[in-house]
Design a protein around this ligand. Structure first.
Ligand code: SAJ
Length: 436
């Protein structure tokens, strides 16, 4: 199949890099988003997302005259849906007294509906948004078929998960292997043809539900593995073992690869996607459910570590270093660091946060200091929550005159304890049992 024009719906972390990459490869791309501010920004040649390499890719697309942005789709050869699938904030499922989160599919539904008037025979529609099993067949096909065209015969329909790692999206978009699940083999082939435009990794064809399940399995696998690392960190604390020494030793075993404990699992993928399995089959997913519980309760565990370091939290001044959901990104969604700040404040602590990737973030009940120096100046303790490279490079001896704090709490193993101790700090590391 040939693609002269494609329409990418959702100009977020996935949609914009995807649209830019297609356009940079010579395809005419229409970027669609319901947020008119984003559309304005894009049409002015600017971007609203921090992602290494994205500005360059977007500029290439604009300069080639191949990219335009609007709030509504137009006729095109292919439509890619890349809108968020978060969970519902105010509604939960219940299985034998255990509450689980529910997928909020409203954005996917309205994106699919927005295509109906423009859909023509021979078009391809691809859903990229992470979705519960059977979404393509049971939710998307019936919506698109309101056009009176039949999925799989009149138009092609695929599910193709995105597996790029935030921070490395532009490279991984091209290099990663991509799975294309079609509602028919012909649909899968059409999807194959589309992504062949820029994907250099393997492109593997399968059916739509397998592709959906592959995506959910990948992120669930990671969540469960992080949960066991977090549980190990709690055991290490109990037995006065340093987990940061123990994990590399265990990982010398040729078939063991324990991940890193930390303040919890955030972001819009790994902390969300496993719930799609639980919602679809709560009776089959006790392990997945409990892994979510462990990771979701890790911020509370961090508060216990802080309490161990400081005693009562009432009135204590804490500099929270990092708010993003993981190192060196500006994304604060579902961030465990933000939750730690909220929990500490509930316990009476006064927290001043520092987030170099988003110093002007506007978060309810979080105070962000204008500078790192301001955040640490009057603090009783420095709480290291996100392993941003610049925080790992702090030279402790240089901080002595800049902060009142003589206690550091490191939840990410980003500081060399000996150096901090030599500079006169007591360091409490998550998962290391006792202070150093
Ligand atoms: N984390 C740990 N310990 C670890 C690794 C990560 O606590 O050892 C935490 C991070 O700090 C973060 C969370 O887990 O809070 C998730 O971070 P991540 O880097 O593992 O993953 P994401 O959410 O940025 O991206 C994931 C990736 N999936 C997998 O690695 C299986 C990515 O490839 C997917 O494209 C993305 O989800 C997605 O969009 O689904």
């Amino acid at each position: 199949m040939k693609f002269n024009k494609i329409c990418v719906i959702g100009m977020g972390y996935i949609g914009l890099p995807t649209a830019s990459t297609f356009a940079a490869h010579g395809v005419e791309v229409l970027g669609v988003d319901i947020n008119s501010k984003i559309i304005e920004t894009l049409n002015q040649g600017s971007i609203h997302i921090h992602e290494p390499g994205l500005r360059e890719a977007f500029t290439t697309a604009i300069q080639a005259g191949k990219f335009r942005a609007t709030t509504k789709p137009e006729e095109a050869d292919a439509y890619i849906i890349a809108v968020p699938t978060p969970f519902k904030e105010n509604e939960a499922g219940d299985y034998q007294g255990a509450s689980y989160k529910l997928a909020d599919m409203r954005a996917v539904i309205s994106a699919a509906e927005s295509i109906i008037p423009y859909l023509r025979k021979g078009n391809l529609v691809v859903l990229e948004s992470t979705s519960p099993p059977r979404t393509t067949i049971d939710l998307i096909a019936p919506i698109l078929e309101k056009s009176s065209l039949k999925a799989g015969s009149d138009f092609h329909l695929c599910y193709s998960p995105e597996r790029v790692l935030p921070g490395q999206i532009l490279r991984e978009l091209i290099e990663n292997a991509r799975v294309i699940g079609g509602v028919t083999p012909e649909s899968a082939q059409a999807g194959f043809d589309l992504y062949s435009i820029f994907v250099k990794g393997q492109i593997l064809k399968t059916d739509a539900t397998t592709a959906e399940m592959v995506k959910l399995m990948e992120n669930t696998y990671r969540d469960v593995n992080i949960a066991i690392a977090n549980e190990f960190s709690r055991l290490a604390d109990k037995f006065s073992v340093d987990i940061w020494e123990a994990i590399p030793l265990a990982n010398l075993h040729p078939r063991v690869k324990i991940l890193s404990p930390g303040p919890g699992v955030g972001g819009h993928c790994i902390s969300v996607d496993p719930w799609f399995f639980v919602e679809a089959a709560p009776e089959l997913t006790p392990l997945i459910y409990h892994a979510r519980q462990v990771n979701d309760s890790q911020p509370r565990y961090v508060v216990e570590v802080v309490r161990r370091a400081l005693g009562s939290l009432q009135g204590k001044k804490i500099a929270a270093l990092g708010l993003a959901y993981k190192p060196d990104v500006d994304d604060l969604r579902e961030s465990p660091a933000v939750e730690v700040v909220h929990l500490l404040q509930k316990e009476g602590a006064q927290v001043l946060a520092c987030e170099p990737f988003k110093p002007d973030a506007n978060l309810p009940e979080v105070t962000i200091a204008p500078t790192f120096e301001e955040a640490i100046k009057d603090a009783d303790a420095l709480l290291f929550l996100v392993k941003h490279t610049e925080f790992t490079k702090i030279i402790p001896i240089e901080l002595v005159s800049q902060t009142k704090a003589r206690i550091g709490i490191d939840t990410v193993n980003g500081w060399d304890t000996a150096k901090w101790r030599d500079a006169g700090f007591r360091i409490f590391k998550l998962g290391s049992g006792k202070p150093a």
